[in-house]
Design a protein around this ligand. Sequence first.
Ligand code: BO1
Ligand code: ZN
Length: 255
Amino acid sequence: AGTWGYRDDNGPSVWARDYPKAAGQRQSPVNIDSGSTKAVKHDHALKADYSPEPKMSCVNNGLTFVATINGDNFISGGPLDTKSYKLASFHFHWGSNDSHGSEHTINSQAYPAELHLVHWNYNKYDTFAEAAAADDGLSVLGVMLKIGEPNAALKQVFDAMEKVKSPGTNFVMTSAFDLPGLLPGDINKFYTYPGSLTTPPCHESVTWIVCQETIGCSKEQLSTLRSLKNNDNNHLVNNFRPVMPLGNRTICCSN
Ligand code: BO1
Ligand code: ZN
């Protein structure tokens, strides 16, 4: 078998052999057809209680760039209602060129990269791993990256990325990371639907919240993403899962 990845022989089309949940009916990502979404007004606005993260640890794990969060940062409201979910980590998915790379697509349009901020229902579950296997265990905030004016937080991320080009290497930031600065201006414009982890084991545990507003990144920053190396000593690119059938699900739109 070997481990999963994004090559033809270990990629999304064969994940279900080792991870049967990948063939389920609540899989992610999906295409978001904005004209077919259901407009909803949630009782509580979506809120991100984020603060600067001291000494953030970043790693190239051969499959993506991941930053681990130790501080207390939460999202609540929107589809999560009064439940508060704690941020555990964030990572990216990206392509080999600007025409693809995001996991979700909006009206069949892909973006060059997608940021995932991964939160878990820590009031209900004892550990992230336990939450990751429960149907209400996780909520991932997805943010599309688009070529444009980068924010200062994203610059901090890409500076760290330069230090972890080889798979298995990590880097700890020396100054506090501006976590609140990573988010788009208005997180209350979003799409939400029930889905899954987009990588094995593809647990159907994620309340997805995909922001309608994008964050800007420079062409140079996209080149930095594409210059990371994977475990095969190739450029780490195209680490996205193609869209999965929406099936019997409704995507809700916040406005
Ligand atoms: S994503 O946001 O849907 N792309 C996503 C995918 C996988 C994880 C988090 C977010 N995390 C994984 C861990 C694995 C662990 C699994 C289940 O969750 O990377 O180590 O086995 O706990
Ligand atoms: Zn992801």
